[in-house]
Design a protein around this ligand. Structure first.
Ligand code: SD4
Length: 324
C-alpha cells in the first residue's frame, strides 16, 4: 500500500488521498491527490494558480489510467478545474480515451461538473508582468541563464514564508529553481492491490494557445499496466513526448528492469536525444506492481513525495542525468 507523487508539494496531495488508499479505492485516491494540487493556488503549473498561456487564459490537461483497457484523458479544459475528474468520466462513461478543447468542457458540463475560475490573481499578475517584460517564452531562465523575472512571482515566495505546503519548512533552493514545474503525477497501489495513476497540469507557462504537453497523453505523461507497473513524468513535455517517456519506463520494467534502472533509462534517453537548454527539466517516477518506487531526473532539484505504512517522506531521485 503506497502513494507516490511528483515534487515536494505531493506530500499534501498524498495526505488528501491517503484515506482512499487505505480503503482500497485507488481511483478515488488518484483523483483526490490531483484535485488537491489543482485547488492549491500556490502550486503554479497545475489547476487554480496555474500560469496561463500567451493569450492570458489557463488551460488544463490531465489523465487517469488503470490499464491499457481502462484509461481516460482530457486536454485544453478552460472552464473546469479538475482534469483528472473529467478524464475519469471519459474513462467510465464513454467508449473513448481522450476529449479535447471546448467539447471536453461541454462534456464536463453534461456530466454535472461545475465550471470554475481557473486564473488566480497571482497568476494574472505574473502574466501581466511577463507581458510588460517582453513576453520571453522561457520556463525559468533568460537567455543568459539568470532566473527570468517571472520565476520570482509572489506565488513562489509564499512557499518559503509560511511553509504551508512543505511541513513548516521552506522549499529547498534546488527544487525552488523548478517552481514552474508543478505538474502532479501520482501512482497508487491501494490496500486491495490495485495500481492506478493520474497526471494533472496547466502545462508550461505562457505556452502557445492550443499547446498540449505529455501530461494528458497516455504513454507520455502516464502509463499503467497492472501486469508490470506504472510510470508518470513531469517537466518539459516536449522532451518527454519525443521519447514516449512513461511508456518507455514501463516497457523497460516489462523487459525485466527494476524500477531504478527503468527510470534511469528514460532520463538517459532524454539527455541523449536533445540539444538541451538550461531551463529544461524532466523527471520520471515509477512504481512496479509490488509498490517499489524510484525516480530519476534530468537535472538536480526534483523530489518525490511518498506515503505508505512507514509514514510520509520525500525521496531523492536515484539518478540525475546532468548533475550541476
Ligand atoms: C507539460 N509536463 O505540459 C508538463 C509540465 C510539467 O512540471 O510537468 N511541469 O509539459
Amino acid at each position: 500500500m503506497r502513494i507516490a507523487s511528483t515534487w515536494s508539494f505531493g506530500l499534501r496531495a498524498n495526505d488528501a488521498a491517503w484515506p482512499h488508499v487505505e480503503a482500497g479505492r485507488a481511483l478515488d485516491a488518484v483523483e483526490a491527490a490531483c484535485a488537491w494540487a489543482d485547488s492549491a493556488p500556490d502550486v503554479d503549473s497545475v489547476g487554480y494558480g496555474g500560469l496561463p498561456d500567451s493569450s492570458g487564459r489557463v488551460s488544463l490537461d490531465g489523465c487517469m489510467m488503470l490499464s491499457p483497457a481502462r484509461c481516460g484523458s482530457v486536454a485544453g479544459l478552460r472552464r473546469h478545474l479538475h482534469p483528472v475528474s473529467v478524464a475519469r468520466k471519459v474513462m467510465e462513461s464513454t467508449q473513448h480515451v481522450m476529449l479535447v478543447g471546448p467539447d471536453a468542457d461541454l462534456f464536463a458540463d453534461e456530466h454535472g461538473i461545475a465550471q470554475e475560475e481557473l486564473l488566480s490573481p497571482e497568476a494574472r499578475a505574473a502574466y501581466e508582468k511577463w507581458l510588460r517584460e517582453g513576453g520571453v517564452v522561457d520556463q525559468s531562465r533568460d537567455r543568459a541563464g539568470a532566473p527570468a523575472a517571472h520565476a520570482l512571482r509572489p506565488v513562489d515566495r509564499r512557499h518559503g514564508e509560511d511553509g504551508r505546503l512543505f511541513g513548516g519548512g521552506a522549499l529547498p533552493a534546488d527544487e525552488a529553481r523548478w517552481r514552474h514545474h508543478d505538474t502532479i503525477g501520482c501512482l497508487v497501489l491501494d490496500a486491495a492491490g490495485v495500481l492506478a495513476g493520474g497526471c494533472s497540469t496547466s502545462g508550461t507557462p505562457f505556452k502557445t494557445p492550443g499547446r498540449v504537453g505529455d501530461s494528458p497523453i497516455i504513454g507520455h505523461g502516464l502509463y499503467v499496466d497492472p501486469e508490470v507497473g506504472g510510470a508518470t513524468a513531469t517537466g518539459t513535455g516536449e522532451l518527454i513526448m519525443g521519447v514516449c517517456g512513461a511508456f518507455l519506463v514501463v516497457e523497460a520494467m516489462r523487459r525485466g528492469a527494476g524500477v531504478e534502472d527503468a527510470v534511469r533509462e528514460a532520463a538517459v534517453r532524454i539527455a541523449r536525444s536533445y540539444a538541451l537548454e538550461a531551463h529544461h527539466q524532466a523527471a520520471f517516477l515509477a512504481m512496479d506492481r509490488r509498490g517499489n518506487i524510484a525516480a530519476a531526473a534530468l537535472r538536480p532539484g526534483y523530489r518525490t513525495s511518498v506515503r505508505d505504512s512507514d509514514g510520509a517522506r520525500t525521496a531523492e531521485p536515484v539518478f540525475v542525468a546532468i548533475p550541476d
